[in-house]
Design a protein around this ligand. Structure first.
Ligand code: PGA
Length: 257
C-alpha cells in the first residue's frame, strides 16, 4: 500500500517568521491525521528554523533544489549534506520552473538525483509537459524522455524511496487542473515507465499530481488508482487551505454521503 504524500512547495514565499507562524497554525489542524504523510518545502533560508520546529512532529522537511557537488566553489548552491544537516527528508528536483527559467536539463537533474539518493535523502522528481507539447500530441514522448533522462543515474536499490510528481506545466499556478481522468492516464504511463526501469519496485513509488491542486479538487484526484498524493504550490501557503487538502478524505466521505 502506498501512503499518500501531500507536499507543500512554497517556491519563493515566506520569511522565517512567516514560516514559523505557518508551522504553529498547521500543527493543531493535522494532529489527528495519521494516514497521510505531510512535507513542507520552504525557501532555503527557512529550512533550518522549520527543521527545528518540526522535530518530533509528523511533518517532514523538504528542500526545493540541491546541487550534486559535495562542496567547493559553487557560489549560490547548496549541497545535499547541508540539507541533511538541517533535517531534510525530501528534495524536490527538476521542477518545471527550474527547467524553464534556469535551464536545468535532464542530465543535470540526473546528477542531482544520484547525489540526493547517495545522501540517504528522497528525491521528488518533477516531470510534465507544456501546453504546446500536449497540443502537439507529444505528452507521452516528453514524459518518457524526462523520466529516462532524469533517472539515468538513479540507484535501483533505492527506487522504492523515489517520489515522482507529474505536473503538467499548463496547470501550474494557472487555476487549470488536469481532469482526474487525464491525470490518471499520465500517472499510469509514468508508472509503466518506472516499471520498465525498476521492475516491481515501481508499485511502491509514490506518483504525486501537481498543478492547481486545491481543497475542492484534491479528493477526486486522489481517488484515482495511480495518484498517490499532491505537490501543492499556491494553495499550500495558507495553513487552512493546506490542511483541507491533507484532510481530503473527509471531503470525499462528505460528498458520497
Ligand atoms: P500550484 O503549483 O499548486 O500553484 O499550481 C504546483 C507546483 O508548481 O508544484
Amino acid at each position: 500500500m502506498r501512503v499518500v504524500l501531500i507536499a507543500a512547495n512554497w517556491k519563493m514565499h515566506k520569511t522565517v517568521a512567516e514560516t514559523l507562524d505557518f508551522a504553529r497554525a498547521l500543527a493543531p489542524l493535522v494532529r489527528d491525521v495519521s494516514d497521510v504523510e505531510i512535507a513542507i518545502a520552504p525557501p532555503f533560508t527557512a529550512l533550518a528554523a522549520l527543521g527545528a520546529a518540526l522535530r518530533g512532529s509528523r511533518v517532514a522537511l523538504a528542500a526545493q533544489n540541491a546541487h550534486f557537488e559535495a562542496k567547493g566553489a559553487f557560489t549560490g548552491e547548496i549541497s545535499v549534506a547541508m540539507l541533511a544537516d538541517v533535517g531534510c527528508t525530501y528534495v524536490i528536483l527538476g521542477h518545471s520552473e527550474r527547467r524553464a527559467l534556469f535551464g536545468e536539463t535532464d542530465a543535470f537533474i540526473a546528477r542531482k538525483l544520484r547525489a540526493v539518493q547517495a545522501a540517504g535523502l528522497r528525491p521528488i522528481l518533477c516531470v510534465g509537459e507544456s501546453l504546446a507539447e500536449r497540443e502537439a500530441g507529444r505528452t507521452f514522448g516528453v514524459l518518457r524522455a524526462q523520466l529516462e533522462g532524469s533517472l539515468a543515474e538513479a540507484e535501483a536499490a533505492r527506487a522504492a524511496e523515489l517520489v515522482v510528481a507529474y505536473e503538467p506545466v499548463w496547470a501550474i499556478g494557472t487555476g487549470k487542473t488536469a481532469t482526474p481522468e487525464l491525470a490518471q492516464e499520465a500517472h499510469a504511463f509514468v508508472r509503466a515507465r518506472l516499471a520498465d526501469r525498476f521492475g516491481a519496485s515501481a508499485q511502491s513509488i509514490r506518483i504525486q499530481y501537481g498543478g492547481s491542486v486545491k481543497p475542492e479538487n484534491a479528493a477526486e484526484l486522489m481517488a484515482q488508482p495511480d495518484i498517490d498524493g499532491a505537490l501543492v504550490g499556491g494553495a499550500s501557503l495558507d495553513p487552512l487551505g493546506f490542511s483541507a487538502i491533507i484532510r481530503f478524505r473527509e471531503r470525499r466521505a462528505g460528498v458520497s454521503g
